[in-house]
Design a protein around this ligand. Structure first.
Ligand SMILES: [Zn+2]
Length: 69
């Protein structure tokens, strides 16, 4: 099972993921919705979104994000 679905705490702030989880747009972190909100305010968010979209169009669904390792 993918760690994304089994972990219980946010990779970024360490809070519980009870309120919901989502994949970061910048890397493969599994983050809480509060962190996602903060991420959307990042000046590079639209750049990350476009990069992700490009990779998916190429058929790469395992793209690690512009800040991924
Ligand atoms: Zn968080």
């Amino acid at each position: 099972m993918d760690r994304f679905f089994t972990q219980t705490t946010c990779d970024r702030c360490g809070e519980s993921l009870k309120g919901g989880r989502i994949m970061s747009m910048f890397n493969t972190d599994c983050i809480c919705l509060k962190c996602k909100e903060k991420e959307q305010l990042d000046p590079e968010y639209s750049k990350a979104l476009q990069a992700e979209r490009k990779q998916v169009q190429k058929g790469n669904y395992n793209y690690k994000g512009i800040r991924g390792k």
